[in-house]
Write a protein that binds this ligand. Structure first.
Ligand code: ZN
Length: 501
């Protein structure tokens, strides 16, 4: 490695260290910190972020980036170093285009908005939140203007979470997906053989739930020598280095799926981060490449594996032993059907695999309309209710269970929601490729053998970190673009059996 590249990497490393220090403080806040520490913690995190941002947009860094760019110009464009410079350039361009005043204003607004949203939701009154949301939408629109010209005003929002992805592409995919999902859900509701999930709503010891989840994820490949699990109100995964990736989970003593599938989900995220090649540590490549690809990994373990028949053939006896009073006499089939019950509901986070994407498409439609100015904030609740009726055949009882249910908009996260669905679709695309490369994957899972699967994911997805852009990675691994068909094939196969369609 040349001298200039070395110097550049060191600067990147320092910026990265500050980011990670802020992340540790964030983890501590969510897991350990007493509530009284919140105001001081906000300052500590803001200072670290400011320092890091200042370093990133400094002339010194700009010059080092340029020099490194010249040095890697002669390298293979797919080499780690060339890619590292490319991805850093992207972060740099975003950072220098957004003025400091906007960052400050946005930070202040969203801090207040969170509190405001919380109260409005408790009162189930959208009009209490409308003014603040209006401010946020305006700020986000300003943000888009920093990146003009664009094809669609929503593009810069989306690109922040899913690098390289365009609004038009998401729209095209969703337009293919939506009618098929609506038809499937309609079929299930109208003529499916009913599924009863009452067995899951019983009292289950919290400790036993916790222990079962930890035992399973350790077996599938989450390395506790380089990780740990703690309790948090809103589960998340956080990586400080591939050798220190932590997960959090919440336990519901009255509903079995919450903790287990939450742990599987977060472990999916965490294995991705644990699998990033250590040589990429302290660079812009030292993390998963996008929110969507990350979600593909979490959903793959939570749903494609965690809610599959082969998996429960392997683990149901153990679960029954832990909860013999509750499910000791329940058959594997009944249990499998219960954890896969489809039920249109108002609430996104409780949605099953068949209805989940419809919740996302609704939000995507509304977000793009808001940011484009086609929909006024005051008209949002009506637009929401109309869409929920159209997509899911439901009428939300109130704002709290409708337009106010998610935290994202109060945090200014427009452009985030689509990544959940992109993750679902990519997970199925990857899974079809896995089945092609490992025809006996189901048999392996039934024998609790996860080594080959993890090795495949490590080789094809994890080790690259953020080296390839999401759609580039998908194409390299599966040979195809983002495609809703594998997901629909998966859903149809699964639910035709469960609901006898
Ligand atoms: Zn997730």
């Amino acid at each position: 490695m040349g001298e200039k590249l070395k110097q550049f990497r060191e600067l990147c490393g320092e910026i990265h260290d500050l980011k990670i220090a802020a992340a540790v403080l964030h983890w501590d806040q969510q897991v350990n910190m007493p509530p009284g520490g919140a105001p001081a913690r906000a300052q500590q995190v803001a200072t670290l972020n400011q320092l890091g941002h200042g370093m990133l947009i400094s002339e010194k860094f700009g010059a080092a980036l340029e020099a490194a760019g010249e040095e890697v110009a002669s390298l293979d464009p797919d080499s780690d170093d060339a890619r590292m410079v490319k991805r850093t350039l992207r972060d740099y361009k975003i950072a220098v285009k957004v003025p400091n005043e906007w960052v400050r204003e946005f930070g202040l607004t969203t801090t207040l908005a969170f509190q405001n949203w919380h109260e409005a939701r408790a009162a189930s009154s959208f009009k209490d939140f409308a003014e603040m949301l209006e401010k946020i939408v305006n700020l986000r629109r300003q943000y888009s203007e920093f990146f003009a010209p664009y094809d669609h005003v929503y593009d810069p929002q989306l690109d922040f979470f899913e690098p390289g992805m365009k609004t038009a592409e998401v729209k095209a995919v969703f337009e293919k997906l939506r009618p098929q999902q609506v038809a499937l859900v309609h079929d299930i509701v109208e003529r499916g053989k009913p599924v009863d999930d009452a067995i899951l709503h019983q009292k289950f010891s919290e400790k036993k739930q916790w222990d079962f989840g930890e035992e399973v994820v350790a077996k599938i490949g989450y390395d506790f020598e380089r990780g740990r699990q703690d309790k948090a109100a809103h589960p998340f995964t956080i990586s400080f280095h591939p050798h220190d990736v932590r997960i959090t989970t919440r336990v519901n003593p009255q509903f079995l799926p919450t903790a287990f599938f939450g742990t599987m989900h977060e472990a999916g995220h965490a294995m991705y981060e644990q699998g990033v090649d250590v040589s990429l540590a302290r660079t812009a490549l030292a993390e998963g490449t996008s929110y969507g690809v990350h979600e593909s990994q979490s959903r793959l373990f939570e749903n494609l594996i965690g809610r599959s028949k082969p998996f429960w053939k392997a683990y149901y006896p153990k679960l029954q032993k832990a909860f013999s009073k509750q499910i000791g006499s329940v058959s594997l089939d009944d249990f499998y059907r219960a954890i896969n019950k489809v039920e249109p509901s108002y609430i996104r986070v409780e949605a099953d695999e068949a209805t989940y994407n419809l919740h996302i498409m609704l939000r995507f439609d509304l977000e793009t309309a808001l940011i484009k100015g086609d929909l006024a904030v005051v008209d949002l609740p009506d637009a929401w209710n109309q869409k929920i009726e159209e997509y899911l055949g439901l009428e939300p009882p109130d704002d709290a269970n409708g337009v106010l249910q998610d935290v994202h908009w109060s945090g200014g996260y427009l452009g985030y929601f689509p990544t959940y669905s992109l993750g679902n679709l990519m997970a199925s695309q990857l899974w079809e490729k896995i089945e092609e490369d490992m025809p006996d994957i189901d048999a392996q899972i039934e024998k609790k053998k996860f080594g080959d699967l993890l090795a495949w994911l490590r080789e094809n997805v994890h080790r690259h970190g953020a080296k390839f852009y999401p759609q580039e990675l998908l194409k390299r691994v599966t040979g195809s673009e983002l495609d809703p068909e594998p997901y629909m094939r998966y859903l149809r196969r699964k639910y035709s059996e469960i609901y006898a369609l």
